[in-house]
Structure formats: C-alpha cells, structure tokens
Design a protein around this ligand. Structure first.
Ligand code: ZN
Length: 307
C-alpha cells in the first residue's frame, strides 16, 4: 500500500506541510486542517481534525525541538487511522469507523516548528542566528536544543503554578527557561487559545524520551480516579511506566495546566528508551509505533462516554 507519511527520514516542517496537504487531498471528508497560529519565524502551527464525532480529544507533539520524532509518530497515526476508517478495518480490537463517528481527534503534530528546524538545520536561516549561537555556547550542533528560538522552554509556559517552577535558569537557554511570563511565546499562546476554544475530553502531549507517562500532577477526587484508570490503560498498551510525583511537582507543562485548569485528564507520554539530550534515533521508530499505534483510537473510544 502506498503511504504518504514516511517516518524513516529526518521529519522536517517542510515534510509536515507536504504530508498534511496530501492527506487532506486523499481523505477530504475525514480530515479537516486548520492553522491555529504562527511561530516566531512565521511557520504555521497546523491542527488536523480526524473524525466526524462531536466529542473531541487533543493530541500534540514536539513542544520540545529535539523531540521531532513525536511529529512523525502522530502523522503516521493520522494516516493509519484514516486508512482504517476508509477501509472499515479495525486497529487492535478497535472499530475505527465507529469510534471516529462519535469522537474526533485533533492533532497538532509540531508545536515548535522553529525549534525543530534549528535542531535539524542549524541556526543559519534564523533571524537571530548570532543570539542562538551564543545561547548554544558557540556550537553549531543544535541537536540537544529543546526551547523555541527565543530560548524559552514551551513546556514551562502554561499557567499552572508558573510562578513556582523549579530549576529555572532565569534567562533564555537551550532548555528549561520558563520565559518572562506565562504564554509569552506565540506557540504556547496559540495552543492555549486553541485548547480553551474547544471542549476536549482529554489531552495527550507526546515527548521523548524515557518510556514514562506523567498523568497526575495535582489532581484529586474523581479526576484523579479517572486519570489513573486511563493512565493504566496507556501503560498496559505501551509498556511505559507511570510516574508518581512527589507532593510538590513543578508545573508549567501543557498537561499540568490541562489537568489543573480544565479538570480533565491529561497525559504526557515520553516515547523511546532514554537516549539522553538528543533526538530519538529513527531506527527506534518501528518499536515506538508498535507501542503507540492503538493509543489515539483507544483514548477516542474512552471519550465516547462523558467522564
Ligand atoms: Zn519534552
């Protein structure tokens, strides 16, 4: 079968744009494409809606620049579910057509396209190339970069106990800087606005690496019980471990905010065995896909019934 998305390559922003266009052409009734904002360098922040259901869930990837394999993962997920819907095939035990007639999955596969471009192509095309080199200690190897090109860590930007985020360097850096204020960056403001404009039953943020699931943050009561139940399902499906945070977890992450403010389950899933500060090798993709291929459709099914 001819596939549009090829995850066995350095998966760039340009490739993402091409693949989104082709997927929309191939599945015009099933996929809806929206531009929900722009990056600092004016790259488009794409959202894809897959499905025809009224209930909605949200899955995003690549908040962190070096974690671009999560974008490839989500694009393969979009295409695989679209094919299954069209051909009336099941994935695992899941009836894709039935589930995606009740629930729609919104994907934002690349939250941080400038950062991804920096990791993959270096600083030369960036408008602030000199500043970026300085922040990278003069090195032209940006493969360990996590932030956006302002040097702000986009997963420390959300208004969930932002004031008390731990281990903040206090100035722009390749990672960990929470920014001058919550949602100061166009990428996170766009995700925030998009999220509150919808009524998502749950959300997932894909990251790498470590084969772990963050699911709890500061939830309690019914939300804690619901979250634990779904986290166990994801853990069983992927083999990844649940993280049990201490009494005072550092906030600012997308799913921290989603849990804390919207009071709905939110899961940060770290794909791949630990690889240290670099992109996950493409050679790990098949293993990662096998672990995660049912996650989106399983969660869409969970959201069919109100929590
Ligand atoms: Zn990350």
């Amino acid at each position: 079968m001819d596939r549009i998305v090829n995850p066995k390559q350095v998966y760039t922003y340009e490739q993402l744009v091409k693949d989104i266009t082709k997927l929309k052409q191939k599945f015009p009734d099933l996929i809806q494409v929206e531009v929900i904002g722009h990056s600092i360098e004016n790259r488009k922040l794409y959202a894809l809606k897959l499905g025809k259901g009224d209930r909605e869930i949200f899955i995003n990837g690549a908040h962190h620049a070096r974690e671009w394999l999560t974008t490839a993962l989500l694009m393969v997920m979009v295409e695989t579910y679209s094919e299954a819907f069209k051909n009336n095939q099941k994935i695992g035990g899941f009836d894709v057509k039935e589930i995606l007639s009740k629930t729609s999955i919104w994907f934002v596969p690349m939250v941080n396209p400038d950062g991804v471009a920096l990791v993959q192509n270096g600083e030369q095309t960036m408008s602030n190339a000199n500043q970026l080199l300085e922040l990278n200690n003069g090195s032209k190897d940006f493969s360990s970069w996590k932030a956006n090109i302002h040097g702000v860590d986009l997963n420390r930007q959300y208004p969930a106990d932002w004031e008390n985020i731990q281990n903040d360097p206090g100035k722009p850096a390749s990672a960990m800087y929470k920014g001058p204020s919550p949602l100061s960056e166009p990428e996170t403001k766009s995700i925030y606005d998009f999220t509150i404009a919808h009524n998502f039953e749950l959300a997932v943020a894909y990251h790498s690496s470590g084969e772990e699931i963050f699911w709890k943050y500061r939830s309690n009561g019914d939300l804690l019980r619901q979250s634990k139940k779904i986290a166990d399902m994801i853990s069983k499906k992927t083999g990844y471990s649940l993280i049990f945070p201490g009494p005072n977890p550092s906030g600012g992450g997308f799913t921290d905010w989603f849990l804390d403010s919207l009071k709905k389950p939110g899961f940060t899933i770290e794909i791949s065995p630990l690889v240290g500060p670099r992109p996950v090798p493409i050679s790990f993709f098949d293993k990662i896909w096998n672990e995660n291929k049912e996650v989106g459709i399983m969660l869409a099914k969970e959201a069919v019934n109100p929590f």
